[in-house]
Ligand binder design. Structure first.
Ligand SMILES: Cc1ncc(COP(=O)(O)O)c(C=O)c1O
Length: 508
């Protein structure tokens, strides 16, 4: 016979007490699997409670899998798997995820492990010349908060649905309007909102490639694009970067001889990552006309388009694109903040519609609330003000960086660096070192700075057995310097430490 101990004065409702006590009796096997439970009427009478109270407890036990019931018959106790609480989980699982992972998935995992900067492991007084995040001290937090509150108050529930597939229409319009400043004429239907431009790049790879498709990229190039190209098993064709941008004669040979032709040429005409180089008008025209001749799309990654704080940078290639060949990738990550994960693709309407379908099956949509807040941020004029402030700040910061590089490294004839026309990146070149890249990285760390080693930006850093190798002179090394997270004082300190590290490397 089941005897329960029900406390009528307890805060816990009676049905909960019945549920809990029966559950415990089942879990400790006092009520064994197959045991025929008393009817709800019998149990209710025995304990002087309402039948519906017992019924409610039984219902909960059924729902939680402790009881088996057949219509019109008694309920019996069911053998139920235990809830896996954290303390009860075994240390090793049954599945070896590494073995189960696809080769491509495994390659992404390894690339991530290899290159993630263990910044948390590095002591706090190390100066981070590696990160390309923005300086959070410049984030317009209060203005953005106001915008979120405003749109929530005005549009509320409408912003909490999935939203429009191609993005929040007013934001698409605002972006199309903003692009006119950069010489680009597109209408809002030619804009697709993405979760940052990284998402845009992946959507394009899904659309334009199959395994084996050649894809032309600058060498070096944006390091996060290389594992993706590998993931989609494209045949990466690296076009060397010269001092004035991608080697167009090399590209021409690739386009002439390539069979099949590359699916696209991926390029960063402004403040190229990692070299900081911006191409001139003639280079942009020549690249466009080459791609027109061979009918190869250009993926123009304009990640730092807004950061032309020194002026004198030509308009994007997209601004000359009369024949709908250029797919332009933009982002708010490098001027406002990256955490909102909002970027966009500007391209011919047909491409946008195709990409929209791919996005619908990848991540459905981008965050409507954030898009609406961002639109409000632009509409209120906060965005314009913010860009101006960023220009003022980074003009000073980059000026300091360049002046100090000249001061601290000017005396080393084997050391050179690019002097960018904006953005955040400087490419450092060290000739005739007796050390390998790992050794140099270590010396930098010993001097309290971290920089990204140049090889991360070449495809063979993400290679798999049998992939082609990028040949570099063993005594020539590059490092990427980023000033994006640092203020002037930190930049000065970082570059002074860099000077001491370089002196150590060349033992002067
Ligand atoms: C060249 C380049 N493109 C694209 C991105 C991706 O930026 P997001 O996805 O944040 O827009 C980055 C980020 O650092 C980048 O450096």
């Amino acid at each position: 016979m089941i005897l329960l101990n029900l406390e009528r004065n307890s805060q816990e409702p009676i049905f909960k007490q019945i549920y809990q006590q029966l559950k415990e009796l089942m879990e400790d096997n006092t009520l064994k699997p197959g045991f025929r439970m008393p009817s709800t009427r019998a149990l209710a009478e025995r304990h002087g409670v309402n039948r519906s109270t017992v019924y409610k407890a039984y219902e909960e036990l059924w729902a939680m899998g402790y009881l088996e019931s057949r219509p019109g018959s008694y309920s019996t106790v069911r053998k139920r798997q235990k809830i896996a609480t954290n303390g009860q989980k075994s240390k090793t699982g049954l599945i070896s995820w590494g073995k189960l992972s696809s080769d491509a998935g495994q390659m992404l995992h390894q690339s991530y492990q290899k290159f993630k900067y263990k910044i948390n492991d590095v002591s706090s007084d190390v100066i981070n010349l590696a990160s390309l995040e923005l300086d959070p001290r410049l984030f317009p937090v209060q203005d953005f908060k106001r915008c979120i509150n405003t749109v929530m108050a005005e549009q509320g529930a409408a912003l909490l649905g999935y939203g429009e597939r191609a993005g929040f229409k007013p934001l698409r319009k605002a972006i199309a309007t903003r692009l006119r400043i950069h010489g680009i004429s597109v209408n809002w239907e030619e804009i697709l909102i993405t979760n940052g431009s990284q998402n845009g790049i992946e959507l394009l790879l899904k659309m334009l490639t199959v395994p084996g498709t050649p894809a032309a990229v600058e060498a070096p190039t944006y390091s996060n694009v290389l594992p993706l190209l590998r993931y989609y098993k494209t045949n990466i064709i690296e076009i060397p970067m010269k001092e004035d941008g991608m080697d167009l004669e090399y590209l021409q040979r690739v386009l002439e001889n390539g069979s099949p032709k590359p699916a696209f040429v991926y390029t960063m005409p402004n403040f190229h990552n990692p070299t900081g180089i911006s191409t001139d008008q003639a280079h942009r025209e020549k690249l466009l006309s080459l791609c027109e001749t061979y009918r190869v799309p250009i993926l123009e990654d304009a990640f730092e388009e807004e950061m032309k704080y020194f002026g004198k940078v030509p308009l994007p290639i997209k601004s000359m694109d009369r024949r709908h060949l250029v797919i332009y990738l933009g982002t708010f990550s490098k001027v406002l903040f990256p955490g909102i994960r909002i970027g966009w693709i500007a391209a011919e309407k047909e491409i946008i519609q195709r990409l929209m379908a791919i996005k619908a099956f990848s991540d459905l949509t981008s965050n409507s609330l954030i898009q609406a807040a961002l639109h409000e941020f632009c509409r209120e004029g906060y965005y314009n003000l913010h860009v101006k402030r960023m220009h003022r700040e980074y003009r000073k910061r980059m000026h300091t960086a360049i002046t100090d590089l000249r001061e601290h490294l000017g005396g080393f004839d084997k050391v050179s660096w690019t002097e960018p026309a904006g953005g955040y990146l400087i490419w450092l070149k060290l000739k005739d070192t007796n050390m390998d890249e790992a050794g140099l990285k270590q010396i930098f760390l010993q001097h309290g700075i971290i920089l990204i080693p140049g090889t991360c930006f070449y495809s063979d850093a993400y290679s798999y057995p049998g992939s082609p190798s990028h040949v570099q002179e063993p005594s020539l090394h590059h490092f990427r310097i980023s000033i994006s997270t640092l203020n002037e004082k930190e930049i000065k300190q970082g570059i002074s430490r860099l000077g001491s590290a370089i002196a150590k490397i060349y033992q002067q």
